[in-house]
Design a protein around this ligand. Sequence first.
Ligand code: GDP
Ligand code: MG
Length: 185
Amino acid sequence: NNAPLRELHVALVGMSGSGKSAIAVKYITKRFIGEYDSTLEDTYCREETVGGQCVMVWLMDTVENASRDEMRWIAWADVYIVVYDVTSQLSFQYAEGLLERIARHEHVLCAREHQPLLIGNKSDLERYRQVSESEGERLAAQHKAYFAECSAASDLRQFTKILHNTIQNYLSGARSPSPRLCSSD
Ligand code: GDP
Ligand code: MG
């Protein structure tokens, strides 16, 4: 079949140290290395077949850096994955700020292409947990985001599952409902 290969731009965003690079590397290579260059912003790609259809997933592993155009990802991405670290309340607050920024961006465009994903990473570090799963669920519900906890170190399945759902929605042309009505009044 000669159907053009479809492409999906996915941005991984979140506070430094939350595990974005670990998730990106694990998703692409199935490996957890342990140490990641925290200054490296890189975009990876992986071909996914979902429901018999092929899609090229471009995954941008962002770095928060004031000297860069830090909002570059916001216009680039079709899908936002906001990552926090379940052992860091600060990273959770940072994630909330990012979800608000994304909502503002979508409000300006009067559109929402796809629901954002909120990911609580490092679920393997249960004894250091500072953010409960229900807090994560609540924040996701407030922002009409998908939610999952995962561990780049030990188990990325929940992450992969909700990313696949998103890819499937994309391939079927489904749009998530606009977060708010944009009227001229
Ligand atoms: P980034 O700044 O968001 O890209 O975070 P990194 O991917 O560089 O991860 C920061 C630190 O957390 C590194 O030392 C990782 O090895 C560690 N890390 C990342 N994900 C996990 C995880 O799921 N579990 C554990 N235990 N450590 C993790
Ligand atoms: Mg990184």
